[in-house]
Design a protein around this ligand. Structure first.
Ligand code: SAM
Length: 329
């Protein structure tokens, strides 16, 4: 972290200011190794590999840490050559392309494919993830002057309340122990008039529910040690990939591939076969590994946005299943 970024973070336990404790390694204006200390309570938080750590390194999101480090660049537009994350970031948020002087909070950054686009707006970006995916994000975005990356928890966000202009949370709510509580945490961190954007998987219904393979398989896979599960996903996708190319050309072939847990983006995005195969391995791990996966109905998420006290809400089927925006009164 940069020294100047200290002003953005507070003690997640008592919400008082933090100060630097012992600093053991620096690189220019950035602190590589050291400690943050609360100015009020006795809490101390390590800074390791340039990242302030507010949660234990090992936690329920370890599988995410593994997948986002194995696939640190897979979904980056600058790697795939397609503006997929850029398009989603601006369409889902409805935010302007340039926001100098503003502050944006990102909750659940993963490898940082959206951090890249948030940072490109010239706003200050405060990005948080629970898992060691923060390492992958740091490698891509950490040295940018306007980006601070921390390892923290959506239920104990170490940023100042009411200080940010905007907050977004993509692909995260359904993977937390209590998605409604997670959404309700977000508005506190933006100013009055600030924008809150979040999404959630949609609940499959009817025949779709019966054919939602991952929800049949997950009870057996979600507790598998992440490195073992990842090896299995890689083996399965590599084995099945030639067959998936054949299946794709059958009637409903794309649909069959998805039911076989083989992400099939052929014809949808202009990705190379190599990149699509990487996405398929990542997607399979992302489906089978998470400790929590709570899809919701549209009406439920609409109600949650209202319960969060947001106004001008626009919650609809869209990115990640259900996408929602609202404004803090
Ligand atoms: C499916 S990934 C989405 C990553 C990224 N937003 C994207 O769409 O590429 C979900 C992320 O949520 C994070 N996460 C899960 N529980 C969390 C929590 N309690 N607090 C903060 N982040 C959490 C995981 O570590 C993981 O990186």
């Amino acid at each position: 972290m940069q020294e100047s970024h200290l002003k953005h973070i507070v003690c997640p336990k008592c919400r008082a200011d933090l100060k630097f404790g012992e600093i053991t390694k620096r690189e220019g204006n950035r602190i590589e190794t050291g400690e943050l200390a609360c100015t009020k309570c006795d809490a101390k938080y390590p800074i390791a590999r340039f990242i302030p750590r507010f949660v234990p390194m090992e936690n329920y999101a370890a599988g995410f840490g593994l997948q986002w480090n194995e696939h640190a660049r897979t979904q980056y537009d600058s790697y795939s050559g397609c503006p997929i994350s850029e398009t989603r970031f601006f369409e889902e948020t409805g935010w302007p392309r340039k926001m100098p002087g503003e502050t944006i909070i990102e909750i659940g950054s993963g490898s940082g494919r959206f951090t890249e686009h948030a940072a490109g707006t010239e706003a200050t970006v405060l990005s948080l993830d629970y898992s060691f995916a923060v390492e992958a994000n740091y490698a891509s975005n950490g040295v940018k002057e306007n980006v601070l990356i921390v390892q923290g928890d959506i239920y104990a966000i170490p940023f100042r309340e009411g200080a940010a202009d905007r907050i977004f949370c993509f692909g995260v709510l359904q993977h937390t122990p209590d998605p409604k509580k997670s959404l309700l945490e977000l508005p506190r961190f933006v100013k009055s008039g600030g924008s809150v954007v979040a999404d959630n998987y949609v609940m499959p219904t009817g025949i779709r529910k019966l054919l939602a393979t991952k929800y049949w398989v997950r009870p057996f896979t979600k507790n598998i040690h992440p490195p073992t599960l990842y090896k299995f996903c890689k083996f399965y996708v590599n084995l099945m990939w030639p067959l998936s190319r054949v299946i794709h050309h059958l009637p409903k072939g794309k649909y069959i591939n998805w039911r076989l847990l083989l992400s099939d983006h052929r014809g949808e995005f202009d990705l190379s076969e190599k990149t699509m195969r990487e996405w398929a391995i990542l997607d399979m791990m992302d489906k089978l590994g998470p400790a929590y996966d709570f899809p919701q109905h549209l009406e439920t998420i609409q109600q949650w946005f209202a319960d969060a006290g947001l106004k001008d809400c626009d919650v609809r089927h869209g990115y990640n299943g259900i996408q929602g925006r609202g404004t803090k009164p």
